[in-house]
Design a protein around this ligand. Structure first.
Ligand code: MOS
Length: 717
């Protein structure tokens, strides 16, 4: 037996805090050398490969599936479809508070509600055989007319009260608009956008001694266990999900069709079965961001004070599952007005169900509202930053709750100083650099700072090291590294004495990597467990060979946190160059200054913020999934046809932050996963206006749109 002191208790001389210092990823070497295994590349003996076959019609019914022909093909083991697949439990409320999306509870009926709907899983000895067979599978459909026509003013739009109310309102909007000195009334649209994470969805499922083992790429092992256990009527303890490394998620990696199909196949075949989505399949099976059509009406006094604010957003969902892109949510927390009305509506179309995508609601919502404010600033003859500062609310405009901390003004001040905003000529279209017109733009950002209940397990090992176990997911965010720093500080030891193990549901329930809440939620559980462990060690307990282990559960503590408006904030700045002869827009410079609570690891936090801003450039200028009305399917459902910003699209880009302190939050972290994209597209669009004098209210700002706007502005040219 070893004694606790001094190595395994709090260090005699406490190390300088690890939180706040740059730390490279603890698994970085494994990743760059290929030693890190992702869900689709872990070897298993006897592995079979499943390939999803998806519908080629946008609406209808499956008449027949010719399984005999493919069962005779080399290596084919099974074809699962609605006629022979295991029945699932589908009538339950999952972790996110909704029934499962029928797109994911596969093969339960013969109806086809959208193009690319999963109709069968072909399983074979090799992926090549499975693919060949799946692509040869003849499915006969009774085709029905489909409707994928998304546009504002649809009479069948409905409000759905889900995670937030569909409608909020106070005051007499028309009266306040009529009494306003300056009014903006404009419609903004954003297109269908896709997550496009690098690693495709991938899973391997197998039964091991009565236990379902799932090796998966997801944003939360607890979440996936919960859903699979419910669907397959299993005890949660009979399901284990592991996701050691995840190559990006952005909201798309929960439970989807492939995991469910893989579990079915593993059950039927009694073999490990792997299913990986192709990039093309991800366009219909992995969720996406709904297009939006948003109408914004603003009315202000001559000094810029808002009298009227209306933000109405329309998004789409499928006919089988409700999902709302809550774009008006941005206005509910950012700006107040005497009359303040917001609405999120949806229309149900014959399309796949959209889902959460980085800053759901806030990303498209901030595009509309932050552009509208820029238009209002021009009408009021005010600097757009000054307009925002004059409209800083005292309390949550809709909730009436106090803000825990709101440092938006400080972000603008620091950003303006570093970007060189002072002395900006407000007139559009007057700066040139050769063939380029130059302009600058700004926008505000905010994103909710929440926490979810989590459990953590901490062990003081006999050799003086510490092991943290928590079912966190590192989807590329650097969560594993952040938790290493947090645990080191909480234990009062250096990071080299801390080992963090994540991505395993057997570590106990934990928050998902979502809603920018992961690191804060997990840190809370780690801190709580560490405090108890330090107490135990301070009592001088001997550490037995198996170590001393404590568990924490933050359910009560998270639930007891006072209700307040808790958000991160940011100020986005962009400088663009526009060539009116080609329609090309280049973002020359971009700066984001954020107030995002305590920054755990500057290296990975900057990475998150810059990543979000790059996505904002991408959203502003490039991304657009285009559908063919006749078929209901995509043109170019791949990363050639769907253009995501790459290195050549990004020039000088920088993210930084200011001190931000939430006085009554025990953790102090607000989360940086999503706020980087919020306001970023608006800052670019506002800069394009400043460069050219043309307002672009439809994303993306494609060259043809730039050229058309220029032609409309100067018909004589
Ligand atoms: Mo995020 S859209 O909550 O992964």
């Amino acid at each position: 037996m070893t004694t606790a002191a001094p190595r395994s208790t709090a260090a005699a001389t406490p190390p300088a805090g690890a939180v706040g210092t740059a730390h490279t990823r603890v698994e970085g070497v494994e990743k760059v050398t290929g030693a890190a295994r992702y869900a689709g590349e872990i070897p298993f003996a006897g592995l079979a490969h499943g390939w999803l076959a998806v519908s080629t019609v946008a609406r209808g019914r499956i008449r027949s599936i010719d399984t005999d022909a493919v069962l005779a093909m080399p290596g084919v083991l099974a074809v699962l479809h609605h006629g022979n697949a295991p029945r699932l439990e589908t009538d339950y409320i999952g972790m996110l508070g909704t029934r499962p999306d029928p797109t994911c509870t596969v093969f339960q009926h013969d109806r086809v509600p959208s193009m690319g709907w999963p109709v069968a899983l072909v399983v074979a000895e090799t992926p090549e055989q499975a693919r060949e067979a799946a692509e040869s599978l003849v499915v006969d459909y009774e085709q029905q007319p489909h409707d994928i026509d998304f546009h504002s003013g649809r009479p069948d739009a409905v409000g759905l009260d889900g995670h937030m109310p569909a409608v909020t309102g106070k005051g007499d909007l028309e009266a306040e608009l009529a009494a306003s000195a300056a009014v903006v009334d404009a419609e903004y649209t954003t297109p269908e956008e896709h997550h496009s994470m690098m690693e495709p969805h991938a899973v391997t499922a197998l039964w091991d001694g009565g236990r379902l083992e799932v090796f998966d790429s997801n944003q939360g092992a607890t979440w996936v266990v919960g859903e699979l256990a419910k669907m397959f009527s299993l005890e949660p303890s009979a399901v284990r999900v592991r996701s050691e490394h995840v190559g990006g998620g952005f909201g798309s990696k929960g439970v989807r069709a492939h995991q469910v199909a893989a579990v079915m196949a593993a059950t039927v075949l009694r073999r490990p079965v792997r299913v990986v989505m192709t990039r093309r399949q991800m366009f219909s099976l992995a969720g996406y961001r709904s297009p939006t059509a948003q109408r914004v009406r603003l009315g202000a006094d001559a000094d810029g004070r808002l009298r009227a604010l209306e933000h109405r957003s329309l998004s789409l969902t499928s006919t089988v599952h409700d999902f709302v892109e809550p774009s008006a949510g941005h206005s509910r927390v950012m700006y107040d007005a005497d009359a303040h009305h917001t609405a999120n509506q949806v229309v149900r179309l014959d399309l796949p169900t959209p889902t959460f995508m980085r800053a759901p609601g806030e990303a498209p919502g901030s595009f509309a509202m932050e552009c509208a404010l820029d238009e209002l600033a021009v009408k009021c003859g005010l600097d757009p930053i000054e307009l925002r500062l004059r409209n800083e609310p005292e309390r949550g405009p809709v909730s009436g709750l106090p803000f825990s901390s709101r440092n938006l003004a400080a972000c603008f001040r620091e950003g303006a100083r570093r970007f060189g905003w002072a002395g900006r000529d407000p007139r559009p279209g007057v700066r040139r650099d050769g063939r380029w017109l130059l302009g600058t733009g700004t926008a505000a950002a905010s994103f909710g700072a929440g926490a979810g209940p989590s459990t953590a397990v901490l062990t003081a090992e006999a050799d003086g090291t510490f092991t943290v176990r928590i079912a966190a997911a590192d989807i590329g965010t650097g969560a594993r590294t952040a938790l290493t720093l947090i645990a080191a500080d909480a234990l009062g030891v250096t990071t080299d004495r801390v080992r963090v193990r994540i991505g395993d549901s057997d570590f106990g329930p934990a928050m998902i990597a979502g809603g920018s809440m992961g690191t804060r939620s997990w840190a809370w559980a780690v801190n709580t467990a560490a405090a108890e462990l330090r107490e135990r060690l301070a009592l001088g307990a001997d550490i037995p060979p198996e170590g001393i282990t404590v568990r924490s559960d933050t359910t009560a503590a998270v639930g007891a946190l006072a209700r307040k408006e808790r958000h991160s904030y940011g100020a986005q700045f962009a400088e663009v160059a526009v060539d009116l002869t080609t329609g090309e827009v280049r973002v020359r410079r971009m700066l984001g200054i954020f107030a995002a609570g305590r920054i755990v690891n500057p290296l990975t936090a900057r990475n998150q913020l810059v990543g979000g801003m790059v996505w904002g450039i991408s959203m502003a200028l490039h991304e657009e999934a285009v559908r063919d009305r006749a078929t209901g399917g995509h043109y170019g459902a791949d990363l050639a046809g769907y253009h995501v910003a790459t290195n050549a699209d990004v020039q000088d880009i920088e993210a930084d932050w200011i001190e931000d302190h939430d006085p009554d939050d025990p953790v102090g972290i607000k989360g940086v996963g999503e706020i980087g994209i919020v306001g970023a597209a608006a800052a670019v669009a506002n800069a394009v206006w400043h460069a050219t004098g043309a307002r672009h209210r439809d994303l993306p700002i494609r060259p043809d749109r730039v050229l058309r706007a220029a032609a409309e502005k100067a018909p004589h040219a």
